[in-house]
Design a protein around this ligand. Sequence first.
Ligand SMILES: C[S@@+](CC[C@H](N)C(=O)[O-])C[C@H]1O[C@@H](n2cnc3c(N)ncnc32)[C@H](O)[C@@H]1O
Length: 218
Amino acid sequence: MNNADGAELAAYYAKRAGTYEQVYDKPERQADLAVMKERVREALRDHQVLEIACGTGYWTEQLAQSAASVLATDINQEMIDVAKAKNLPADKVRFALADAFDLQTSDAFSACFAGFWWSHVKKQDQSAFLQQLRAKLGKDTYLVLIDNVYVEGSSTSIARTDLDGNTHQIRTLADGTRHEVVKNFPTDSALRKKMATTVKDIRILRLEHYWMLTGRLK
Ligand SMILES: C[S@@+](CC[C@H](N)C(=O)[O-])C[C@H]1O[C@@H](n2cnc3c(N)ncnc32)[C@H](O)[C@@H]1O
């Protein structure tokens, strides 16, 4: 990934750590959110999970209810501090700082989960991200991704589309600073096409506000 863009995305989320979970309060998303939580818990039941870009641990809390173990990682200590304050069961959940594009773990995992991360990976970086997962986690590792569907009136509007086809939003934080972030909203066929060489057994669930993709690394 372009380092400047990646650093800007990370810095934006570091500043947003304390207020991040407000995004889960949107009333129109509650019904879908309940379905997604149940699906995520079921999908990762009994797995040894590597969670990428865990943020405040909103989904780690769900994983902790059904997975065998979770290593929840994020690039920002500010996010991990919020997640740790949830006091999730220490015998199941560990946290570590990690760059999603440069994973350094030697542990064994049966599954990889990432919530609301894929949408921030630029189209030109997506294949490298998947290939790295395959190289570091191994063939047949179960992959579970969840992310947003664009919904007019609920989603932040798209400010521009770049030459590579990535869509960008302008986000304003409580301190008044404005941040342009990549936020892609792929169709099912775009997801399948992008993953065709690295992921098999792809299944996609699409609700009004969220999608969930499961598959196995080839
Ligand atoms: C949209 S939030 C998702 C947080 C959490 N997974 C959730 O669904 O609530 C994106 C997360 O990506 C993290 N992040 C940004 N760049 C990263 C990178 N290069 N490697 C790992 N995490 C990164 C941010 O700190 C932030 O926590």
